[in-house]
Design a protein around this ligand. Sequence first.
Ligand SMILES: Cc1cc2nc3c(=O)[nH]c(=O)nc-3n(C[C@H](O)[C@H](O)[C@H](O)COP(=O)(O)O)c2cc1C
Ligand code: SF4
Ligand code: SF4
Length: 249
Amino acid sequence: MVIYFTGTGNSRYAAKHIADILGDELVSLNELMKTKKSGTFKSEKAYVIVTPDYMSRMPIPVENFLKESTFTSGKEVYFVLTGGAAAGNARKYCEKLAASKGLTYKGTTAVKMPANYVVMYDVTPKQNAKAEAEKALPAIEKVAENIKSGKTVTVSEDMSGHKAFSAIAPMFNSLMVSAKSFTANNNCIGCGTCASLCPLNNIKLSNGKPAWGTECMHCMACISACPEKAIDYGKKTADRQRYYLSDEE
Ligand SMILES: Cc1cc2nc3c(=O)[nH]c(=O)nc-3n(C[C@H](O)[C@H](O)[C@H](O)COP(=O)(O)O)c2cc1C
Ligand code: SF4
Ligand code: SF4
């Protein structure tokens, strides 16, 4: 069973290709996290968990959701992180999670994909996003083939940087991760895409405009997927492009 979480579509793209090669089912954590505090997963095959890499580890709300979830015990579990640059010590937290769920840990790997943290830096322009994601296909296919043949997987040397980040991720979240600076301008057409994509249900439409609450994991779905480019984050994003890889890509 391939279980994925995504903010801007990279991890869904990787997960879909892995599930295709494994001939296995694909499960979205986004939908589950919107409505529940935990999930129940049953599979005869290995679990493959695909998520973005936030501060050199799995996003903490995703880790917490999986910690609360139930899995058919004794099964093997693989972790595949998609990241722009580095997965530091992500392995340590994935291994702990596997042990806490009674799953046999088969390794963590990281696949380089377009960096999406638009409130921090310039990201790939929309028109290049699909081509950029396609560049990751050989690495995604190699991971899937390794999983298919039951091999263990590891994070390659070039994706092993920023080890210190993994440990300070909780502090980074409490100091830096907030929805306070999101605003919607007059280009907003009230379509509700931002609210429907928010995995933490942190956006409500009020008088046809989004209003952000206090639960935010900085997944970048709202600001990246808005069809009118109506969302900004303080003054940082006005001149920046955004991309969102849709389910069809
Ligand atoms: C909050 C946040 C933190 C991130 N931290 C890292 C990081 O530590 N290392 C890295 O390689 N990429 C980092 N990125 C980039 C994403 O991991 C990368 O673009 C990922 O493929 C996005 O996946 P998604 O489209 O499935 O959400 C970060 C992105 C966000 C939004
Ligand atoms: S996605 Fe954009 S246009 Fe649609 S409601 Fe949200 S801010 Fe408005
Ligand atoms: S408010 Fe936006 S950035 Fe924050 S979790 Fe929701 S969709 Fe992601």
